[in-house]
Write a protein that binds this ligand. Structure first.
Ligand code: MCN
Ligand code: CUN
Length: 788
């Protein structure tokens, strides 16, 4: 797309350098832990060594004897104010601090308040808790057995560990299609628990001003307004009304979905500040972050695909057990307990589909956050892209040809999927062809055939994913009743400079730059002249926050709509100044001019000044607008990824030799930022594919509780990503843009697994669960006599 604005204005399509970077690269960002207030106290948390145990007693005397320790807060203290439990995003309940039992290892048990951070930590070590261990349930399938101990004894009516059953689609039509199928394939696919490892851990500074009765909380949250409302609803009975609560999300060092939930530490810090009248800081350390914060995925999927011998797909059937840990705290729109998992028909034109998911309690920390994926889309994409590959291999058809045969065709858009989604636009074959060309697909196939003769293990894997982002149309999507719109408020100052505030909150995505570009595009005001703010609930308009790649589809659209309202008013002012009729005016970036006489023009800066100094009689002064944008549909970005792997026969190590990613997110605001999003996203797709997994032993002990064994890819493991794009605008978004922040993380794992299985198919290997670690592959090689 050629930019419509010149580089000095920097509208859409310009790779404007990030406005936020000068402060970040100089170490001048303001993160929560940078906030220091006078008389600030520190909180540290006592955590449970047991995954399931009764608390017999808590002895705080030794801790309280340490000079500087001011208080030890327990569940019983919070229970006096009915703050020992809190609601989760899925209307389940979660303990802030336990009164009688703990439900997972590393759960919060008590909190120590002290004058210094390290004194608080010493105090936490000195708290003595007497536990009585209870039987532990870690396997969700065992949790469903009739003799399994019932975990949620706090719910009097609960007689088992089953949380909910959810199903979608046409069961009868799907069963019928399977009966009539010429070929079917079936596979169990486990998508393990993984953990968001943002550079900054979670934390807050809560400051209650007893005189003003106002609570200010700086916190690491992706959704400040929603948090404010939830705090007001939960703590209204202790006098915290919503206008007396200010949530500020300062700079955030990565969110990736892990900073959507409310963690107990936040609530305890707020309670401690309200009780003491002093500011209270709580910052997780790295081990607490990895062991106790909410986790992603943990989906036990059984998928079946039906089709004809010629490769035509007909139907998909999926059953899933979702491990939610001890509470359903998943970050999903309220009406969808399994998120948008029913995007699982993917890029294919299927006649019928049916999907079932059962949520289960186990003795683990809460699961169900999204790890750079809008609500279970990675799980869905992984399932369909694995199954498509399995089917192609099964019938002996080239996986690329197979996909092209089954893709939804460009002329079928808007396309209604078998599970009810209306895909907005796409050209799936276009993206796949581009990726095939870029990687040299035909030559790679030849190379592979030759290598196979020599006994070398090389694989080629494709993933042609469809993402679904931008929740959302508020008729379907809400979180605890809050409709999922988003907002923008733009104010133009007399000198033509602007401030714009949004209801979302960047965690590294570059909103200060890209939102300014959207306004520059619409008003012709240079990017440098536009200040963008987010994350302060006292100033920003109400919005639902940044996750699910929704900022561009929702708040970005709101920015365009608000800017257009301003342009409409500017036109009236220009007509007045130019003594012309509005209909005779034309717009080009930055000015209105009289049709046919380009010299008779008024720049947006001149118009801005006139809005305060010389506006028409009867018109309100000023130049500003607000938009609360409720998107008519979601956006459906997509892409085709091709991965080439070589497998070391001696060690089982998988090496990603090449990875080509062709993405399509419609019209692009900032190509450089989008490329950065894709590079980061691909690396976050690589991690879980080859390295990352959180496991528990039978007693509920976490096995990957630190970066010693929870492995993240570094620059050494990360291949050279080769990226490219196609552009299929969204027909309903004001700028034709789709979200992109998560596409790569969602799409990449299936390409990697498909490549590995492709390398090993001739040995009889049909599937490998991620992460594909060297021991897993080595075992397969050994079983097949390839290695000793
Ligand atoms: N963009 C663009 N043109 C498009 C689409 C997007 O220029 N057609 C730009 C946007 O203007 C924005 C960025 O790309 O600057 C991402 O936009 P979008 O896809 O709308 O996603 P969000 O801004 O809502 O970001 C959320 C998404 C999610 S859900 C996760 S998880 C994730 C991700 O972004 N977390 C991140 N990328 C991250 N990047 C960083 N650095 N840190 C995180 O925590
Ligand atoms: Cu999907 S993790 Mo992001 O939605 O913040």
């Amino acid at each position: 797309m050629t930019p419509k604005t010149p580089a000095e204005i920097g509208g859409m399509g310009h790779s404007v350098k990030r406005k936020e970077d000068p402060r970040f690269i100089r170490g001048q960002g303001t993160y929560v832990d940078d906030i220091v207030l006078p008389d600030m106290l520190y909180l540290d948390i006592v955590r449970s060594p047991y995954a399931h145990a009764t608390i017999k007693s808590i002895d705080t005397s030794k801790a309280l004897a340490i000079p500087g320790v001011l208080a030890v807060i327990t569940g019983k203290d919070l229970a006096q104010y009915n703050l020992h439990w809190m609601p989760t995003l899925m209307s389940d309940t979660q303990m802030v601090l336990p009164v009688d039992k703990v439900m997972y290892q590393a759960q919060e048990v008590a909190a120590v308040l002290a004058t210094e951070r390290y004194i608080a930590a010493d105090g936490a070590d000195a708290v003595e808790v007497d536990y009585d261990p209870l039987p532990v349930v870690v396997d969700p399938k065992k949790a469903l057995l009739p003799d399994a101990p019932v975990l949620r004894t706090d719910k009097p009516d609960k007689k088992d560990n089953h949380i909910w059953h959810w199903e979608w689609g046409d069961r009868a039509a799907t069963d019928q299609a399977f009966k009539e199928a010429e070929v079917t394939v079936k596979e169990d696919i486990y998508i393990p628990r993984i953990h968001v490892s943002s550079i900054e851990t979670c934390g807050c500074v809560a400051s209650f001003d007893k005189v003003k009765g106002k609570l200010t909380v700086w916190m690491t949250t992706q959704a400040p307004h929603a948090i404010r409302t939830v705090f007001a609803l939960v703590a209204g009975h202790v006098g915290l009304a919503e206008h007396k609560i200010q949530i500020i999300s300062p700079d955030i060092g990565g969110g990736f979905g892990g900073k959507v939930p409310v963690y107990p530490g936040y609530v305890i810090a707020v309670a401690a500040s309200v009780l003491t009248g002093k500011p209270v800081k709580w910052i997780e350390d790295r081990m607490e972050n990895i062991q106790a914060d909410s986790f992603a995925r943990d989906y036990h999927i059984t998928a079946e695909l039906a089709g004809k011998k010629d490769g035509q797909l007909t139907a998909l059937r999926i059953k899933t057990i979702a491990d939610h840990g001890y509470t359903d705290a998943a970050a999903n729109p309220s009406k969808f307990p399994a998120g948008l998992f029913h995007i699982c028909t993917g890029s294919y034109d299927l006649k019928a589909a049916h999907v079932e998911v059962d949520g289960v309690y186990t003795n683990k920390p809460p699961g169900g956050i999204a790890y750079r994926c809008s609500f279970r889309v990675t799980e869905a994409v992984h399932a369909i892209e694995r199954m498509a590959d399995l089917m192609a291999h099964e019938i002996g058809m080239d996986p690329a040809e197979f996909r092209i045969k089954n893709f939804i065709k460009p002329e079928q858009f808007p396309y209604k999927s078998a599970l009810g989604w209306e895909y907005d636009s796409g050209d799936y074959a276009g993206a796949l062809h581009k990726a095939m060309e870029k990687i040299g697909y035909a030559e790679l196939k030849k190379e592979q055939a030759e290598k196979r003769k020599r006994g070398e293990l090389m694989g080629i894997g494709i993933s042609s994913f469809t993402e679904i982002v931008g929740a959302g149309p508020s008729k379907h999507f809400d979180i605890l009743g809050l409709k999922m719109f988003d907002s923008a408020e733009i104010r133009i100052h007399p000198t033509g400079k602007a401030i714009a505030r949004f209801g979302t909150k960047s965690q590294g995505q570059g909103h200060e730059t890209t939102y300014a570009q959207i306004i520059a595009e619409e008003l012709g005001i240079p990017v440098d002249d536009i200040a963008v703010e987010e994350g302060d609930t006292d100033t920003a308009p109400y919005g639902l926050g940044t996750y699910a790649s929704r900022s561009t589809p929702t708040a970005g659209a709101a920015g365009a709509v608000a800017a257009r309202k301003i342009r409409d008013k500017a036109k009236k002012i220009a007509a007045y100044l130019l003594e012309a009729h509005e209909d005779d005016l034309e717009w080009e970036p930055g000015k209105f001019f009289v049709k046919g006489s380009p010299d008779r023009a008024k720049t947006i800066q001149e118009i801005s000044l006139a809005a305060y100094t010389n506006h028409p009689q009867g018109m309100e002064a000023g130049l500003e607008a607000v938009s609360y944008y409720d998107p008519p549909n979601l956006t459906y970005p997509f892409g085709s990824y091709i991965c080439v792997v070589d497998i070391d026969k001696g060690t089982g190590e998988v090496k990603v030799r090449r990875f080509v990613a062709v993405d399509d997110c419609g019209n692009i605001i900032n190509p450089m930022i989008v490329e950065g999003q894709i590079h980061g996203g691909l690396t976050m797709g690589l991690g879980p594919s080859l390295y990352e997994e959180i496991q528990y032993d039978e007693s509920g002990n976490i096995l990957q509780g630190s970066f010693m064994n929870y492995l993240l890819p570094t620059a050494v493991e990360t291949p050279n990503w080769e990226t490219d794009k196609t552009c299929t605008p969204s027909p309903h978004h004001p700028l034709g843009a789709k979200g992109v922040g998560e596409s790569a993380t969602v799409g990449a794992p299936a390409a990697i697994v498909n490549a590995v299985v492709d390398a090993l198919w001739h040995l009889g290997v049909r599937h490998i669960d991620i992460p594909i670690t060297p021991p897993k592959v080595w075992k397969l090689l050994r079983e097949n006599g390839v290695t000793e």
